[in-house]
Design a protein around this ligand. Structure first.
Ligand code: T46
Length: 162
């Protein structure tokens, strides 16, 4: 196990499954991805290659920075877009929610990414001072791709048989 791997374990367990058939967030594809590290006394280097470490075409890169203490980002799900979140500096927490169960991740290393498939609600908080959240996204920005109301998201997820 990598020395820091424990830092990325979910800090809050999802609620007990309502029945034995409940699908976990991991089964829906939510996962922590580990990128290569080239250790070097001059400073370490991590690289991300399309088709190797990211299994979608990256159509957009954006990042959150200068986030004030106590701020909360996210609070939405995407209909089609999927993406990878990386703590390029500092740390923050990401809560993922498939409409049934929730799981919280603490991201604090630039060689780990949190992959979030489509139709997963996300909330991001607990940003440390100076933190930077970089996002590799599968689509260009399109407001029509967002569910910004949890009940609307939940309704759509239920209709999709979730
Ligand atoms: C997500 C988290 C991690 C753009 O014009 N282009 C863009 O690429 C994005 C992402 C946003 N915007 C505009 C839309 C809003 O007027 O920037 C404003 C703030 O966007 P939003 O409230 O969606 O920002 P976050 O930080 O709550 O969420 C964003 C992404 O939207 C979302 O997909 O997962 O970062």
């Amino acid at each position: 196990m990598l020395p820091d791997a424990t830092l990325l374990q979910p800090q809050v367990s999802p609620p007990p499954a309502p029945d034995g058939d409940a699908i976990t967030l991991a089964q829906r594809g939510c996962r922590v991805v580990e990128f290569p590290i080239v250790h070097d006394p001059r400073g370490n280097l991590t690289f991300i290659e399309g088709g190797e470490h990211v299994d979608f075409d990256i159509k957009r890169v954006y990042y959150l920075y200068d986030v004030p203490g106590g701020a909360e980002r996210g609070g939405h799900a995407h209909k089609d877009l999927h993406q990878l979140l990386i703590a390029m500096s500092g740390s923050f927490d990401v809560t993922l929610d498939d409409g049934t169960s929730r799981q919280r991740f603490h991201l604090n290393r630039s060689y780990y990414g949190l992959y979030i498939p489509k139709m997963i609600w996300r909330e991001i908080d607990n940003f440390s001072s100076g933190s930077i959240c970089m996002v590799l996204a599968s689509e260009r920005y399109d407001e029509a791709d967002y569910y910004r109301d949890w009940r609307e998201f939940k309704h759509a997820a239920d209709l999709a048989g979730r």
